[in-house]
Design a protein around this ligand. Structure first.
Ligand code: FAD
Ligand code: NAP
Length: 340
């Protein structure tokens, strides 16, 4: 297995930031994975696992090695009248996978249509949208454990899924290379259309009892109308996480800003819409040189073409500071910054 040297990653990250990787390899066989990991270890290189690059902020020079997992395929491992367990390669495109499930009549993940990136990255931040997250249908995954140097199976509890969070983002960051992912899906469709964005869209079309296809299509249409296409305007989706605050903080904010957008969570805390905070702080549509805040959704930071990670991180810092000053709420960046 050969490393490619000085590889340009500009078109492998959705911000389109210029970035050169010292060494790059793509693997879909375990023997090749073991061989490249061996040379990573021998050379003492830092290692980045790269999927579709849609949740990353890459700096210009990427030292060490970048590895892309290209495992493909979708297999039904078990099925009965009501459920099926599906195994899918980490290198498959997420939206393509969702579309295949729809064609097979397997349900539960329709609300996650059109999320960019790979299947292998989906468990990393427990991707979610419109009231569904992958943890809802997750069965287990196979990953390569870089510490014990073996393939392991991790079940749902072991993955420690939280709100846009998991073991892979926190306790075991960098330890596991996700190889295949298994989902438990239903043959019976139960629409989850509690989000106003979806229900308003379906209402406008006069759809009362939507089919799986209609929910999938509604999600695609809403997203296409609201989010910039990375190929046209560089971005990584939401740039900040929605802050979770205590009830007393929420009450303080609500008294000061009666129109604040917030939702109670199961633990008795409140999730604040970060986009509302940024919008109210006056940032929506602002452009600073080659980077800026998207004019249709303040939570999305964009690269107009010639921007660099440093420009974007400076803008993010200024936004965070002004939100902190105005609301006394701390924003946390969602995408991974690499090198950190
Ligand atoms: P990358 O950006 O390449 O990597 C992300 C992280 O996962 C990195 O830490 C990387 O090292 C790690 N990783 C990648 N592959 C593996 C692997 N095989 N094994 C171990 N670690 C791995 N996210 C949401 O949750 N909900 C949304 O609705 C949503 N909408 C988006 C809309 C747009 C327009 C964009 C640009 C992004 C959006 N995102 C959303 C963020 C992003 O699409 C997801 O986080 C996605 O899962 C990232 O996949 P990726 O393959 O591009 O990962
Ligand atoms: P939106 O519908 O305008 O809603 C704004 C915020 O309010 C969202 O962040 C959402 O939280 C929350 N919200 C709305 N209705 C809710 C409800 N009924 N219950 C609980 N929370 C509710 O958001 P949007 O920006 O257009 O995005 C739509 C969906 O796509 C959201 O779920 C969002 O997370 C997802 N998305 C994620 C990314 C990313 O990169 N992470 C990018 C684009 C879109 P949640 O975010 O917790 O759902």
């Amino acid at each position: 297995m050969q490393w490619q040297k000085d590889i340009d990653l500009t078109h492998k990250n959705s911000f389109g930031f210029p970035a050169i990787a010292d060494h790059f390899a793509e693997v879909d066989q375990i023997e090749d994975l073991e061989s490249v990991l061996d040379s990573v270890e021998k050379n003492g290189w830092p290692l980045l696992i790269l999927g579709g690059g849609s949740n990353l902020v890459l700096r210009e020079k990427i030292p060490g090695a970048v590895l892309s997992v290209a495992t493909q395929g979708l297999n039904i491992l078990a099925d009965n009248e009501h459920t099926a367990i599906i195994e899918v390669g980490a290198g498959e495109n997420w939206h393509g996978f969702i579309t295949q499930l729809l064609q097979k009549g397997l349900h539960g993940l329709e609300n996650l249509a059109l999320i960019p990136g790979s299947v292998g990255a989906a468990p990393v931040q427990n991707i979610g949208a419109y009231g569904v997250e992958i943890a809802d249908c997750f069965h287990s995954l196979t990953a390569y454990d870089r510490i014990n140097k073996e393939l392991v199976q991790l079940g749902k509890d072991e993955c420690q899924f939280g709100y846009r969070d998991s073991l892979f983002k926190s306790d075991a960051k960098g330890r596991y290379i996700i190889w295949t992912v298994r989902f438990s899906l239903s043959t019976v469709f139960t629409p989850k259309i509690g989000y106003k964005g979806i229900s308003d869209h379906l209402d406008a079309l006069g759809i009362v009892e939507p089919s799986a296809y209609q929910v999938y299509q509604a999600v695609c249409d809403i997203r296409m109308g609201k989010l910039p296409l990375p190929t046209e305007l560089g971005n990584a989706g939401s740039f900040f996480e929605n802050p979770i605050v205590t009830e007393s903080t929420y009450q303080r904010l609500k008294a000061q800003f009666p129109d604040i957008v917030a939702y109670p969570d199961k633990a008795g805390h409140f999730k604040l819409a970060a986009g509302w905070l940024i919008d109210r702080a006056g940032w929506k549509g602002c452009r600073v040189g080659e980077v800026g805040v998207y004019d249709k959704q303040a939570l999305v930071l964009v690269n107009y073409g010639q921007g660099l990670a440093t420009d974007l991180l400076k803008l993010a810092e200024d936004i965070s500071l002004s939100v902190k000053n105005q609301f006394d709420v701390k924003l946390k960046i969602e995408p991974r910054i690499y090198p950190e």
